[in-house]
Design a protein around this ligand. Structure first.
Ligand SMILES: [Zn+2]
Length: 143
């Protein structure tokens, strides 16, 4: 999560909402990929930290299935990212701050644990939550 927080800070530097993500390999320690929000930087509405990290992780291992992998992200994923998470088949999602306005992993929706889907990753929430949300609060306060 510390690494994801570093990524989040990079996003803010480029004028993007500070959200950062990391994909860990099946061993739980090897970093396969990182990502941070690049919506403003790249003019791409889908360039959320999780989507970029998942894409890069798949590139790194040379296949789209991220079975066994863990996605660590500073903010609860939105519906798009929750979709990318189920499509990528990561086995674990760890997130920091809850997103009561758009969260799709337990707050507004719980897409990744919907029993109608046949791939449902394990979810761990609230890791360094205060630090993750403080970064967002600061960013929006400055705007
Ligand atoms: Zn998202």
């Amino acid at each position: 999560m510390r690494l994801a927080l570093d990524q989040a800070r990079l996003a803010a530097r480029g004028g993007d909402v500070p959200v950062g993500a990391v994909v860990l390999a099946a061993d739980g320690t090897t970093v396969l990929a990182t990502g941070h929000n690049e919506r403003e930087a790249g003019g791409d509405p889908t360039a959320h930290a999780e989507v970029l990290a998942v894409r890069r992780a798949a590139e790194a291992i040379g296949e789209w299935r991220l079975s066994g992998c863990t996605l660590v992200v500073t903010l609860e994923p939105c519906t798009m990212c929750a979709g990318a998470i189920t499509q990528s088949r990561v086995d674990r999602v760890v997130y920091g701050a809850r997103d009561d306005k758009a969260g799709a992993v337990g707050s507004l929706w719980d897409v990744v644990r919907d029993r109608r889907l046949n791939h449902r990753p394990e979810v761990v929430q609230g890791v360094l939550a205060e630090e993750c949300s403080e970064l967002l609060t600061e960013f929006f306060r400055e705007r």
